[in-house]
Design a protein around this ligand. Structure first.
Ligand code: MN
Length: 228
């Protein structure tokens, strides 16, 4: 056993549906503007330009069902997404082989301090301050692909206090899951434990303390998260 100078951090992990096992998280990649209608609402061209990614921290994933409203922002937005959890990785993965690296899928929210992200964008600065804050990725359990297959179509919806706010279909992704894995693996070495947040459909908007967000997608159940 190595001897550490200080106690090592615990491994971030999220539950596996239908099991007592946990999925240990290594890295979190998030794609930007992966649904055309969301690109348009954010003022961007919806054409199929090369994808871009940012990262959250592994321990930003939070399966507790509670989202503490973060400090330093007055405009925190929900982004309803599905997470893709990898059981293996590598570099230069072909899109045709990409799904063989997927362990499973889950629901996740890419919570965003939109005011801070917007200021960073204007100044050409990195997005972490708007994206990678504590508890910024509420998530549900990972459903193994062995149980549910590889969802590539079907509704993805988010309600707040019962009102429908986001209503898309997984088949609207500009870059499909195999393409995202292939693309990322050209620039990074992917590995078991990596999680990819696959983008959000249109309808993002602010949340307030007390709001109850309900995220659903085909085959992945419903994730209920209260803003506290
Ligand atoms: Mn997002």
């Amino acid at each position: 056993m190595p001897k550490y100078a200080i106690p090592p951090a615990t491994v971030p992990a999220i539950p596996v549906a239908g099991s007592e096992l946990l999925f240990p998280v290594r890295r979190v990649y998030c794609i930007g503007r992966n649904y055309a209608a969301h690109a348009i609402e954010m003022g961007h061209n919806p054409d199929r330009e090369p994808p871009f990614f940012f990262q959250k921290n592994p321990n930003n994933l939070d399966p507790s069902g509670r989202f503490p409203y973060p400090d330093c922002s007055a405009d925190v937005h929900h982004e309803a997404e599905i997470a893709v959890a990898l059981k293996s990785g590598g570099t230069e993965i072909a899109a045709e082989d990409a799904l063989s690296h997927v362990f499973g899928y889950g629901l996740a929210l890419d919570m965003t301090r939109r005011d801070l992200q917007g200021a960073a964008k204007k100044m050409g600065r990195p997005w972490e301050i708007g994206k990678a804050f504590e508890h910024s990725a509420p998530c549900g359990p990972i459903h193994p692909a062995d149980d549910i297959g590889h969802p590539d179509s079907g509704p993805i919806t988010l309600t707040i206090n019962g009102t429908l706010r986001q209503d898309g279909d997984l088949n609207q992704m500009i870059w499909k899951v195999p393409e995202m894995i292939a693309y990322l693996s050209r620039y990074f070495e992917l590995a078991a434990g990596d999680v990819i947040l696959s983008g959000t459909p249109a309808g993002v908007g602010p949340v307030e303390k007390g709001d109850v967000m309900e995220l659903s997608a085909k085959g992945l159940g419903t994730l209920t998260v209260t803003v506290v």
